[in-house]
Design a binder for this molecule. Structure first.
Ligand SMILES: [Zn+2]
Ligand SMILES: [Zn+2]
Length: 403
């Protein structure tokens, strides 16, 4: 069938052309096996390419294309990102000193990412150290996905080279950063990376707030985002909500300062949005939620309204807060059981609309549900000791009628 003049690549390429047709004839239940074989072929090609990369680098073949090194050459000609190109070149170099790993990759016994982890370990502690434990490490690689296996190789590095592992940890520490962007399209982008211990501290601090409540329709990502804010809201001043804060500013420093006019607080149509101290605006409904009961939020007015806004009795006095917790125990939104310390005291009739800061006009609601009753237009009512939440359309209609 195959002519003698055909190179292996031509035969591979013609086989790849046949594959879609062959796959189309396979039943769905056999596709899993086909995918696994496909992955193995890719991994085995990596072994072959690694060897070629090594020889090409040694002979300086990349110079003919004007490249200054193997990595930039591979980046351009191999269509790889700088990071991926560097990883391929370094793995190729290290595998020369780890022939058994290279063989295991060439036979499809381990995946390419397993080989990368081995190579990285050799780079950190020396190939000689890795060779001594190669059998044990390859056995682990055969039984684990590459993510788990990277944990094994890191552990191995710690054991054989404490100093090297420390240096590596210190280099990683240097790469830590956190960026909090400007508000764009109504969202602030937060990104960063921290060392594993810092990551664990952050995770431990926010995870309790990320647990889904009953009928929670938030995604895992949304819950983590809410949890981060919640943990920061409480940061170091866990008693803020419990003592209700101080309207005169003598209490904990407010974490959020918003400038809003009285019309905004009264939800008068056409009133301007609230202005954040850090820049950016928040809709009137958000201002109203934040002003509802929040010792960490300070709403300041503009000009002559300043006194009126800052001296209104929106903050819930400690005794009232205690009575509220004793009555409600947890978020009162039907189906929610988030504990009192995570809850705001929501004014059923907003204070700016004349609602008093008295027990009968208050209800404990967790932050996601507080948001529902303000920004998302739900109504929350207390009737015969039962709480009833009504979805938005009715409220929107009611508001349109009363306007
Ligand atoms: Zn409220
Ligand atoms: Zn709730």
């Amino acid at each position: 069938m195959c002519r003698a003049s055909e190179t292996p690549f031509e035969r591979i390429e013609s086989a790849i052309r046949e594959l879609p047709g062959w796959l189309a004839g396979q039943s769905g239940s056999r596709l899993g096996a086909a995918i696994v074989r496909g992955r193995q072929v890719v991994d085995r090609m990596e072994a072959v390419n690694g060897e070629a990369t090594r020889r090409f680098e040694k002979t300086g073949g990349y110079r003919a294309d004007g490249a200054l090194g193997m990595t930039p050459w591979l980046r351009t000609h191999g269509k790889l990102s700088a990071g991926a190109a560097a990883e391929h070149v370094e793995t190729a170099r290290q595998l020369e000193k780890l022939p058994r790993t290279e063989e295991a990759l060439a036979r499809g016994e381990i995946g390419y990412q397993h080989a990368v982890a081995m190579a990285r370990t050799a780079e950190h502690v020396g190939a000689a150290q890795v060779r001594k434990a190669e059998t044990m490490l390859l056995k682990a690689a055969g039984n684990m996905d590459p993510g788990q296996f990277a944990g094994v190789t890191r552990d191995f590095e710690h054991r054989v080279d404490v100093e090297g592992a420390l240096n590596e940890a210190n280099r990683a520490h240097q790469r830590r950063y956190l960026q909090i962007g400007e508000a764009i399209n109504g969202l602030v982008r937060i990104e960063g990376q921290v060392t594993p211990d810092a990551g664990a501290i952050i995770r431990t601090a926010i995870e309790p707030y990320a647990r889904p409540s009953k009928n929670d329709d938030r995604t895992a990502g949304q819950r983590l985002a809410d949890a981060l804010v919640e943990a920061c809201r409480r940061g170091g001043t866990g008693m803020v909500s419990a003592n209700g804060g101080q309207a005169n500013g003598a209490g904990p420093r407010p974490q959020l300062v918003i400038t809003a006019v009285a019309d905004t607080l009264a939800a008068i149509e056409g009133a301007p949005a609230g202005q954040l101290e850090w820049g950016g605006t928040v809709p009137a409904e958000t201002v109203r939620r934040l002003a509802c009961d929040s010792a960490i939020t300070r709403i300041t007015g503009l000009g002559e309204l300043e006194w009126e806004i800052s001296h209104s009795s929106r903050t819930i006095p400690p005794a009232t807060r205690r009575a509220l917790v004793a009555r409600d125990h947890h978020c009162v939104f039907p189906g929610c059981d988030r504990p009192a310390p995570w809850c705001d005291g929501h004014h059923l009739i907003f204070w700016a609309d004349g609602g008093p800061t008295k027990l009968e006009n208050l209800g404990l609601v967790c932050v996601p549900h507080h948001r529902k009753v303000h920004e998302e237009g739900w109504t929350l009512k207390r009737k015969d000791d039962r709480w009833i939440a009504t979805p938005p359309p009715l409220k929107v209609l009611a508001r349109a009628r009363s306007a």
